[in-house]
Write a protein that binds this ligand. Structure first.
Ligand SMILES: Cc1ncc(COP(=O)(O)O)c(C=O)c1O
Length: 404
């Protein structure tokens, strides 16, 4: 044992492969740990403090009792892939074949990893908008792909509260080259709450066609928009053939722990996803797939109720933060909001979130974790509002102490 210690095997700086060393522990795990230690209300990590619909949970129990407990087919159980194909047709008007175009994965997280690993050769470039969901950066590292960043910038001071973050078209154009393999579009966007417009998607689509680039679309918040229309890149002229649409059950049905996700795309892109998926996880929890099929087929009313709850939660939390003097960027989608914390004068985003968690006992995320150019995230703080109203009211009571 002693020899192993001397050799440094137990030193995490040496044990972790070089490609993962820059990432450390994800910010979500870190803030949740800090929140638990401090007894803080956790508005950091994006999981609801309530369960998904009872009829879906009952369906999972039934699937277990009825013997759906062995390996599922690699691409997913037929009940779920069929439900996804039917739902896709309703949402997009595009007819797809489950056995060819749908792949069930362990959450969108695995769909992302499988897409990057299955599509990208080392040295090829992938365009990411920053701020970005942190796994994209790590997926690039796993695949040996080189990320190119394009900033989503906050609306100028004095713009309306619901003005969106935007990208500069010239900056985007400059990021494309013959080395570009893919662009990642997350809409509705975590953490800004931006819902990409038709014009923005058309601009990206033009560049994808011109440079023969694949669009990887992370649409896990596809059903959580508040007035804005979610547009799927795959529905734009000529884009189905070069788009992989990734999503999951977790956010839409408040079942984040089930980790049921999927990738939908044309045969050649689905083949790329499957080439990695078959060796990453091979297959996903069988009984939960059966219940997921039920959620997708029969969950419409529950999703509508959830959306109106989140809209109320969003407006409540935005109001509380504005009353404290923060500039709040009202999100058009997702269950996150960004605010500019600098009027409170409590340091940068990491210092502010640490203070908030340990002293005010409300946990939030420092958004610099989502930026390559960290300085862009320093003035910001991200709150999750996917909570019961009473949780948000308790958090509000604590947050209001910041005003004293
Ligand atoms: C933008 C985005 N993509 C993917 C995921 C992960 O999805 P899943 O839990 O289905 O793996 C999240 C979770 O927070 C997310 O915010």
């Amino acid at each position: 044992m002693r020899a192993i210690y001397a050799w440094g095997m137990h030193d995490p700086r040496r044990a972790v492969a070089e490609r993962f060393r820059p990432f450390g522990t994800t910010i979500f795990a870190e803030m949740t740990r800090l929140a638990n230690e401090a007894g803080a209300i956790n508005l950091s990590q994006g999981f609801p403090d309530f369960d998904g619909p009872q009829f879906v949970r009952e369906e999972a129990k039934r699937a277990i009792d009825e013997g759906h407990n062995q390996y599922a087919p690699m691409i997913g159980v037929p009940q779920l892939t069929r439900a996804l194909a039917d739902s896709w047709r309703e949402l997009t008007g595009i007819e797809i074949e489950p056995a060819v175009h749908v792949t069930v994965t362990s959450g969108c997280t695995e769909a992302l990893a499988a897409a990057f690993l299955g599509l990208c050769n080392p040295g090829e470039e992938v365009i990411l908008f920053e701020p970005y969901y942190d796994s994209y950066r790590a997926c690039c590292a796993m695949a040996g792909a080189i990320p190119r960043f394009v900033a989503l910038r906050p609306p100028p001071p004095g713009a309306p509260d619901d003005a969106p973050f935007v990208f500069d078209e010239d900056e985007l154009r400059a990021a494309f080259s013959d080395r570009t393999r893919a662009i990642l579009i997350n809409t509705p966007h975590n953490p800004t709450g931006k819902v990409f417009t038709q014009a923005e998607l058309a601009c990206i689509a033009d560049l994808c066609r011109k440079f023969d680039v694949i669009a990887i679309c992370d649409e896990v918040y596809e059903h959580l928009t508040y007035g804005a229309k979610h547009i799927r890149m795959a529905t734009l002229e000529g884009m189905f053939e070069r788009t992989l649409t990734l999503s999951s059950l977790g956010k839409t049905h408040s079942l984040t722990g089930w980790k049921i996700g999927w990738a939908i795309g044309p045969a050649h892109l689905s083949a790329a996803v499957r080439s990695a998926h078959q060796f990453l996880t091979y297959a996903v929890a069988t009984p939960l797939q059966h219940a997921a099929a039920r959620a997708i087929r029969d969950g419409g009313d529950a999703v509508a109720d959830l959306r109106s709850h989140y809209e109320r939660a969003r407006d409540f939390l935005c109001g509380v933060l504005r009353d404290l003097g923060l500039r709040v960027f009202t999100p058009a989608g997702t269950y996150f909001l960004l605010a500019d914390h600098t009027p409170l004068g409590l340091g940068d985003d990491v210092e502010f979130c640490r203070y908030l968690t340990t002293q005010v006992k409300v946990a939030a995320i420092p958004p610099s974790a989502f930026y390559e150019h960290k300085e862009l995230g320093r003035p910001l703080v991200r709150f999750a509002f996917c909570k019961k109203m009473e949780t948000l009211e308790r958090a509000a009571d604590r947050l209001r102490t910041l005003a004293k």
